[in-house]
Write a protein that binds this ligand. Structure first.
Ligand SMILES: *[C@@H]1O[C@H](CO)[C@@H](O)[C@H](O)[C@H]1NC(C)=O
Length: 237
């Protein structure tokens, strides 16, 4: 009788610790603010077992971020400010990750919890942190190429002017913090310290004439490979 009671107690105890454990995992994974997402939980995520706690370290996340001496770092809780010769940028980390200064020239991103989401955030925020540091010290650039007879680009003051075969030239205001250079009327280089601003502006240039798949005419990224389709005439017998 005593023995039975003890084992019942033991089972109850196990159930309790197990459910506490699962609750922690769930709130860690979805976050209090993301409770809506819990209604559309993908099936593989529902049945958390003890195994999921051993999430693999993100390979990228583990690598330290090296901060050169011309970059100043200010870290307050989850807010990072990065100031360098080219500009100043900031980043707020989600609570799944922690950022810490190991030495004066080294930042490390760690996971605050062991969840799948923290794993993803770990790698992502390590990359974003590195982009800030590289951005304010060396900068980034994105190159575009105009392909098409008569297509031309030029910079006029704070505007990028594009002749793309429309009845009027397209004029785009160059955003603050970015600079644009045009070579041989057809090669555009967008540069600056904020990688995402550069990417967005480059994408908005390209959007005026995305390369068409038959002759590759349009605006393409310099490193973009346009997949050519065979012309309709080629299909006729
Ligand atoms: C800042 O320091 C890095 C590393 O020493 C160097 O590569 C970079 O050119 C420097 N930036 C400027 C604008 O001097």
């Amino acid at each position: 009788m005593l023995v039975n009671l003890f084992s019942v107690l033991q089972v109850k105890l196990n159930e309790y610790t197990c459910s506490v454990f699962q609750n922690n995992l769930k709130s860690g994974f979805f976050g209090e603010r993301n409770e809506l997402r819990a209604t559309s939980v993908p099936v593989p995520f529902v049945g958390f077992s003890r195994k999921t706690i051993e999430c693999k370290e993100s390979r990228i996340g583990k690598q330290p971020v090296l901060v050169p001496s011309n970059v100043t770092i200010t870290l307050e809780g989850q807010d990072l400010k990065v100031k360098g010769p080219l500009g100043e940028l900031g980043l707020t980390y989600p609570r799944e990750v922690l950022v810490e200064r190991v030495e004066s020239g080294i930042l490390r991103i760690r996971k605050a919890v062991e969840t799948r989401r923290a794993n993803q955030m770990h790698g992502l925020f390590r990359t974003l942190t590195d982009n800030l540091v590289v951005g304010v010290s060396k900068g980034f650039e994105k190159k575009l190429q105009l392909v098409g007879v008569g297509y031309r680009a030029m910079v006029e003051g704070k505007e990028l002017v594009l002749n793309l075969g429309f009845s009027h030239p397209v004029k785009m205001t160059i955003p603050e913090g970015l600079s644009v250079k045009v070579e041989e009327n057809t090669r555009i280089t967008v540069s600056g310290y904020d990688k995402s601003d550069i990417g967005q502006f480059a994408a908005s240039i390209r959007r005026w004439r995305p390369p068409e798949p038959y002759k590759g005419k349009g605006i393409k990224y310099a490193d973009e490979i346009v997949r050519r389709k065979e012309g309709k005439a080629g299909k006729k017998k």
